[in-house]
Design a binder for this molecule. Structure first.
Ligand code: PMP
Length: 425
């Protein structure tokens, strides 16, 4: 602990448990005291350009005045009220707006507080949809290697069993069908055969469209997404698209599924939903799924209801964030960022140990054979004034969509400079 460590950090450190961290050897986290635009300000006066948008949330940058004003106004009126039997304007407005923005008949929004829980809800919707039609046994999900859908027990079961950080829990996880993401026509034929043969066991197919994020920022084409969706629907199954990471402009369109003209039966959204300000997530179902719960029997209702669902502050933030998609054109910036990121990261291609350099929308990736000395890398990035967190075998940039060209260049050049030093380790 240095003399500069603020009291709140030194006093609280003995009482906190950090995510994905071996606490025995953990370094002190960096004390952040303020954020603004694309920058995080540290207690000791340093600032960092955030290259990963706070776990992929802060699409408009930090402290956007419009989001701040809307949340503040809502705080004065009604921060929260239970959503059973009571309603408030921000959530009803948000549900209507999402329904207008989403493709096809995706029009019934069920809110909760985290991405993982929205995926749990989508999975429950799919299982109960079939049960409500009198079809029992359809409780297994098909998902894909390289996929990541959350850290709760249900969602862990549909993550990549090796890379999803969850192999330790294998014995308690529900068995699912986790297959390679189809890469060609032959794979697609195998996929269709599986869906047909196991028809009566399968509740749904779950996929992160266009980019599998936490599994290593792996891309697939809109054509492949379209073919997968066609097969899922042709064989009579439900498609759940997890757009928790890809939603709200990250791949260059408001939702990734729009690029493939695919309409899932259920979509999950979170992360950038509130512009990175408050925890909120949603599973939005198509009308046919919703209609599958309409009976005189109360037991056929969707049996879920988180205490803080539809939190009014979160919904006010989400409405404000959607306003900004209308007024500030971040989608144009996200589209333009693909070429800029490709160009900026191109020098990494010549570095020994670098396997691939790629960009999709506002995501830039440097994939290496093995990510040796990850702690060294993290430290060098901080010394360079950027917040970049390599994981798995990738170093990646996923900056706020509104980042200026100058700051983006600084980020890209920092990655190339640090990777060039890393090569010589
Ligand atoms: N799905 C995807 C695609 C994600 O990227 C994440 C979070 N990284 C989740 C689900 C889980 O979201 P949360 O961390 O909010 O539970």
């Amino acid at each position: 602990m240095t003399a500069k460590t603020p009291d709140w950090l030194s006093q609280g450190w003995e009482h906190i448990w950090l995510p994905y961290t071996q606490m025995k050897t953990a370094d002190l986290p960096l004390p952040v005291v303020r954020s603004e635009g694309v920058r995080l300000f540290l207690d000791d006066g340093r600032s960092l350009i955030d290259g990963i948008s706070s776990w992929w949330t802060a699409c408009h940058g930090y402290n956007h005045p419009h989001i701040r004003a809307c949340v503040r106004a809502q705080l004065e009126k009604l921060p929260h009220v239970m959503f059973g039997g009571l309603a408030h304007e921000p959530v009803l407005r948000l549900a209507k707006r999402l329904s207008d923005l989403l493709p096809g008949n995706l029009s019934r929004a069920f809110f909760c507080e985290s991405g993982s829980v929205s995926v749990e809800i989508a999975m429950k919707m799919a299982i109960q949809y079939w049960l409500n039609q009198g079809l029992s046994g359809r409780s297994t999900f098909v998902s894909f290697k390289g996929g990541y859908h959350g850290d709760t027990l249900g969602t862990m079961s549909v993550c990549d069993p090796e890379e999803g950080m969850h192999s330790l829990f294998a014995e308690v996880l529900m068995p699912q069908l986790i297959i390679d993401l189809p890469a060609d026509k032959e794979d697609l034929a195998d996929f269709e055969r599986l869906l047909t043969q196991r028809r009566n066991e399968i509740a749904g197919v779950l996929l992160e469209p266009l980019v599998q994020g936490a599994g290593g920022m792996r891309f697939h084409s809109p054509e492949m997404l379209h073919d997968i969706a066609t097969i899922v629907h042709r064989s009579g199954h439900l498609l759940i698209l997890d757009e928790i990471m890809t939603g709200f402009g990250r791949t260059g369109s408001l939702f990734a599924c729009l690029q493939a003209e695919v309409v899932p039966d259920i979509i999950t959204l979170s992360k950038a939903l509130t512009g990175g300000t408050l925890p909120l997530a949603v599973a939005v179902a198509g009308t046919h799924i919703f209609d599958g719960f309409l009976f005189d029997d109360p037991a056929k209702a969707l049996m879920h209801g988180p205490t803080y669902m539809a939190n009014a502050l979160g919904c006010a933030a989400a409405n404000a964030s959607l306003d900004l998609f209308e007024t500030e054109n971040p989608l144009d910036k996200a589209k333009a960022m693909q070429d800029k990121l490709s160009e900026l990261l191109a020098p990494c291609k010549g570095i020994a140990g670098v396997r691939d350099v790629r960009a999709k929308g506002a995501i830039g990736v440097v994939e290496v054979d093995t990510l040796k000395d990850v702690q060294w890398l993290k430290t060098r990035f901080i010394e360079n004034g950027v917040w970049v967190r390599p994981f798995g075998n990738i170093v990646y940039l996923l900056p706020p969509l509104v980042i200026s060209d100058t700051d983006l260049e600084y980020l890209g050049n920092s990655v190339c400079a640090v990777m060039a030093q890393w090569e010589r380790l």
